[in-house]
Design a protein around this ligand. Structure first.
Ligand code: FAD
Length: 350
């Protein structure tokens, strides 16, 4: 067997949060054909694996991972088919997501323009069904090519088989850790795009007096809005939005509104969104702010002073430091409103 992984590799620098210990073994995969040999090696050495792409949604443990961290760097971009109004593309899992969004806009294709500026690689995009400004990758995904670690073969999952939900999919739920995504197939539209129906995007175009923006204008708008919203991980390491927006009962929503009488329900405001069936979605960032925690610092971690949904590594933080801050936020939300805040990034424990 010729597989020879690197040994004792530092993990923190492979993520945008810059937290983590070491991997006993590490390898970069540039073709799905390399995977059967790696998995045969793992089996014969009885070792676990962890799949890594851009590391923008991963927070590693402080210890040593005894198995192999497999970084997916499978490239490729091809036009598969087209008709009058749509074009299907196939993209390798290791392509940079935002570079592909830019490329589809150059090709005058719409469907993922509101997902401009999301860090990470294409293969990770279906894992939590990335979403922003009214679009989610589930809306354009035809299928996903995967290496099935159970059977050792490359196969394909349809959109329905991916079981996409809000920031979730089969890859994080029923089939967690079973599949390695090697390529994604998206169906994009040749029809003109419209303004993303989100407060920030609507007011951006209103201010500029543009009623029917083209795709490059929408991309520019989204990138500008995001620049003002998210701290650049290169400046202050972070993983973007740290908590999922919780879905709560009418009773809890009423209590929040009673405590904050000036709040108006969606669409007048975006902090509390009625979903029907007595369920309400609460903006987690606003909730943390309302709990009085915005800007809180604990050792080497903090809540961003401008955006309460973003937790940051001030330098040299450990996963333990971060977990203390996370627990403090979660305890506070439970105590005041009975709301269980759930982290969005993958917090890896070895
Ligand atoms: C500043 C900032 C802003 C962000 N904004 C958004 C946003 O607007 N919307 C949003 O949805 N997300 C956002 N994110 C989160 C993140 O960018 C996305 O979740 C992204 O898809 C993660 O990609 P990645 O390549 O970095 O994944 P990684 O962190 O490398 O991996 C994430 C998870 O996917 C698994 N995985 C990765 N690749 C594969 C593969 N090929 N096959 C199987 N499993 C795999 C990993 O094991 C891990 O569990 C943001 C993050 C940051 C830092």
């Amino acid at each position: 067997m010729s597989f020879q992984p690197e040994q004792n590799v530092d993990l923190a620098e492979l993520t945008t949060f810059k937290i983590g210990g070491q991997a006993a073994f590490y390898t970069v995969v540039t073709s799905a054909d390399e995977l059967p040999e790696i998995f045969a090696w793992l089996k014969s050495n009885n070792l676990p694996h962890f799949i890594l792409s851009g590391g923008s949604n991963t927070i590693f443990d402080d210890g040593t991972f005894k198995g192999v961290v497999i970084k997916i760097d499978i490239k490729g971009f091809e036009l598969l088919s087209e008709d009058e109004i749509t074009t299907c593309i196939r993209v390798g899992a290791g392509e940079n997501w935002d570079a592909i969004v830019a490329k589809t806009i150059d090709l005058k294709l719409s469907g993922i323009e509101a997902l401009s500026g999301i860090p990470g690689m294409c293969g990770a995009a279906p894992i939590q069904n990335i979403g922003a400004y009214g679009q989610e990758i589930k809306d354009t995904t035809v299928s996903v090519e995967v290496f099935d670690t159970d059977t050792g073969v490359v196969t394909s999952l349809t959109n329905a088989e991916c079981e996409f939900e809000f920031r979730n999919s089969t890859f994080k739920a029923t089939q967690k850790d079973r599949y390695i995504i090697t390529a994604i197939i998206l169906k994009l539209s040749k029809l003109p795009a419209s303004i993303p129906q989100y407060k920030d995007a609507i007011s951006y175009f209103k201010k500029k007096n543009i009623a029917t923006p083209n795709l490059p204008q929408i991309r520019r708008a989204i990138l500008e809005i995001r620049r003002n919203k998210f701290m650049d991980p290169a400046v202050m390491p972070n993983a973007g939005s740290f908590f999922k927006n919780p879905i709560v009962s009418e009773e809890i929503a009423n209590k929040i509104m009673a405590d904050n009488p000036s709040i108006k329900l969606y669409p007048e405001d975006t902090k509390i969104i009625p979903l029907g069936g007595n369920k309400y979605k609460i903006a987690a960032g606003w909730l943390i702010q309302e709990l009085g925690l915005k800007g809180l610092e604990l050792e080497k971690v903090r809540i961003d002073p401008n955006h309460a949904l973003v937790l940051e590594n001030k330098g040299g933080a450990s996963q333990k430091d971060l977990k203390e801050l996370v627990s403090k936020i979660q305890d506070s939300a439970i105590k005041k409103y009975g709301i269980a805040l759930e982290p969005e990034p993958v917090i890896v424990e070895f």
